[in-house]
Design a protein around this ligand. Structure first.
Ligand SMILES: Cc1cc2nc3c(=O)[nH]c(=O)nc-3n(C[C@H](O)[C@H](O)[C@H](O)COP(=O)(O)OP(=O)(O)OC[C@H]3O[C@@H](n4cnc5c(N)ncnc54)[C@H](O)[C@@H]3O)c2cc1C
Length: 380
């Protein structure tokens, strides 16, 4: 039995710091390596933290830091381009609705919380190569430095470098046929309840917004575009040109899209949306990818951040509860692959004696209390 003592985590976004905190609770020493220089991730977009993501953060006592940011968004209403009401519903349970936060704020608070717990976070460290050694892994960074550890965990997002190192034949991210932008408008009065998402299926493009407790309006636009933009192409278009394009796209739709776009001082960076095709494996030897690097869903699902947080907690539980990293990685992948989540239920008691390793069931549920461990009879 090889006990894991240290883990190198690539990526200080959402799953990276969360995995670091969870691994620390599992008795493993993590170090996070983030490509960007310190505080350089103020990307303007916002996202929703769904109840499953909040539950997983609570399991490692980190939910409060996320709850201190953003605002609750308990309801969602869908409308047509004419303003017709198409449907509405809650975004979660009434006592625990979804929360909307600036992406940069969620990054910041998770990173700060990890650092406060003593996790080393090194900025300006872009992974460029990695190899398995006789007794661990070695990671090489663009600045010429190296690091060694027992495991290498890729939390490096949809354009993951570690994914290609694990499987050079892994598919590239798939362009979803949409580009995205958004912003923060103030001084516009809109007809919707504070905290309720309004989603409008416009004639030419999709538009969504929510009113914050202080009356500002956070909005986003998903604009169809058939061909994938060339690198740098979207950034080369000026903000004024984007504003013109967007107001033209939405001017025939009911709703406040045009007023909101005009009242927004700065548009968020316009970016293409990608999802991840199915990978044949998420791990090889002592290396594994989690979060968007393994299974980025469409941003329209509102689940990418929450699934990444769940991954981080489940992986740490698997490493805590199973005898070695091979079994932990295999168990993690079987639990977390889209389509295999039904297997995340603990197996029936009658099967635990026959399949001791798989019966380490508490790692299956991201939200169960951290202290939950497999029953003594289930230990291999
Ligand atoms: C426009 C948009 C809207 C979205 N809306 C939502 C939403 O409403 N709800 C939701 O749940 N999710 C949403 N998402 C998805 C969500 O942002 C992601 O699913 C989530 O951030 C994934 O977390 P992660 O930790 O896997 O990757 P990321 O958060 O992308 O973090 C990856 C980190 O790795 C770093 N990195 C990359 N390569 C390297 C390298 N080689 N070496 C070192 N570091 C590296 C990056 O700089 C980054 O900090 C949205 C995404 C987009 C693009």
């Amino acid at each position: 039995m090889t006990r894991t003592r240290t883990a190198l985590i690539i990526g200080g976004g959402i799953s990276g710091p969360t995995a670091a905190m969870a691994l620390q609770k599992a008795g493993i020493e993590p170090v996070v390596f983030e490509a960007r220089p310190d505080r350089a991730d103020g990307v303007g977009a916002f996202l929703t933290l769904a109840p499953n993501g909040a539950d997983a953060l609570r399991a490692i006592d980190a939910e409060a830091v996320a709850r201190a940011e953003g605002f609750p968004t308990p309801a969602i209403t869908l409308r047509s381009s004419t303003g017709k009401h198409l449907g509405s519903g809650p975004t979660g349970l009434s006592e625990q609705p979804s929360r909307t936060l600036k992406r940069a704020d969620l990054y910041r608070v998770l990173r700060e919380e990890a650092a406060n717990r003593g996790v080393p976070i090194e900025h300006g460290k872009r992974l460029v190569a990695a190899e398995t050694t006789d007794d661990g892994v070695r990671a090489a960074f663009a600045d010429g430095s190296e690091a060694v550890g027992d495991l290498l965990i890729g939390c490096d997002g949809v354009h993951s470098t570690l994914r290609r190192i694990i499987d050079p034949a892994a598919p590239a991210p798939a362009y979803a046929g949409l580009i995205n932008t958004g912003g923060y408008a103030s001084g516009v009065s809109v007809e919707s309840e504070q905290g309720s998402y309004e989603m409008i299926f416009g004639r030419h493009a999709f538009f969504g917004y929510a009113v914050t407790p202080d009356g500002a309006v956070w909005w986003f636009a998903n604009v169809p575009r058939r061909d994938e933009p060339e690198r740098g192409e979207l950034a080369a278009i000026s903000e004024e040109q984007w504003r013109d394009r967007l107001t033209t796209l939405y001017r025939d739709d009911a709703g406040p899209a045009v007023s909101l776009i005009e009242a927004t001082p700065h548009l968020s960076a316009v970016s293409p949306i990608h999802t991840m095709p199915r990978l044949s494996t998420w791990h090889a030897g002592r290396m594994i990818v989690i979060g968007d690097a393994a299974h980025a869903p469409s941003p329209t699902s509102g689940q990418g951040a929450s699934l990444s947080i769940e991954d981080a907690v489940v992986l740490a539980r698997c490493l805590r509860d199973l005898p070695d990293h091979e079994q932990a990685f295999a168990r993690f992948e079987s639990l977390r692959r889209p389509g295999s989540r039904r297997s995340s239920k603990p197996p029936p008691a009658s099967t635990t004696a026959r399949r001791p390793a798989r019966s380490a069931a508490p790692c299956a549920t991201p939200s169960c209390p951290w202290s939950s461990r497999p029953p003594p009879t289930a230990k291999p």
